[in-house]
Design a protein around this ligand. Structure first.
Ligand code: SF4
Ligand code: SF4
Ligand code: FES
Length: 229
């Protein structure tokens, strides 16, 4: 325990000084310091976007951004979490939309007021070309916007910094939904496999798996060739 204490570093959580082990992520450091996280935490693996965090390092005027579950603490870190950022989000029925530029512009006309400043790109913990996908949306290129935003985790940090008060990630998920439903090439393999399932080609295998015990299932899973040649 003494060895651990020697290595503790000072960090400021919500303005209060704590001494924490330097190997911890921001999220674990907050828990080490006694916080019980009920907001701003989800997957703990960098996928859900619930733990958006802003921080400064003492003596450095820059503002930094990261995910609390992925970013390791540094000495003299001043940090605060943004577990929710209020943005404009329209309600729509994807089956009633068409995959056209006008659909995006009608639902979110504010897309067109993007200044192209690039602050969103600098803020993104996923290192996405946010400015780029915004430009695609302004041109009405839904497929490119969907592709460029594919790894967005909806953390909200881009919106928090945008001088034009955009809701980038809500525009982007509309693009991905339109692309997925209307524009993405259809997989013939999938169609064929679904037809096979409906005809009962795998009925006996499925019944066998349903009847198997947990250990058998674990063994079968471990032996599975996930991506056969
Ligand atoms: S921060 Fe806002 S205004 Fe600047 S490029 Fe991104 S979306 Fe456009
Ligand atoms: S595009 Fe915006 S909401 Fe999506 S991961 Fe990047 S910063 Fe977060
Ligand atoms: S808790 Fe899900 S991304 Fe950090």
């Amino acid at each position: 325990m003494a060895e651990v204490e020697e290595k503790l570093i000072p960090v400021y959580i919500m303005g209060k000084l704590y001494e924490v082990p330097p190997s911890l992520t921001i999220m674990k450091a907050m828990e080490w310091a006694g916080y019980t996280l009920v907001r701003g935490v989800g997957c703990r693996g960098g996928f859900c976007g619930a733990c958006a965090t802003v921080y400064r390092i003492r003596g450095d005027e820059r503002l930094y951004f990261g995910l609390a579950c992925q970013t390791v603490v540094q000495p003299e870190m001043y940090l605060g979490q943004i577990p929710f950022f209020p943005t404009q989000r329209e309600v729509y029925d994807i089956t009633e939309l068409t995959p056209q530029a006008a659909t995006v512009w009608k639902l979110y006309p504010e897309v067109l007021r993007c200044l192209g400043c690039g602050t969103c790109t600098k803020s993104c913990p996923q290192e996405l070309d946010v400015k780029g996908y915004m430009a695609s949306l302004m041109r009405g290129d839904i497929a490119t916007a969907a592709d460029k935003s594919f790894d967005c985790i909806m953390c909200g940090l881009c919106a928090a910094r945008c001088p034009a008060e955009e809701s980038q990630y809500n525009f982007a998920i509309l693009a991905r939904r339109l692309y997925g439903r209307y524009l993405a090439p259809r997989s013939q393999h999938l169609t064929t496999r679904l037809e096979e399932i409906e005809k009962g080609a795998f009925a006996s295998s499925i019944a066998e798996l349903k009847a198997a015990d947990k250990e058998t299932l674990k063994k079968r899973y471990a032996e599975m060739d996930i991506e056969p040649e």
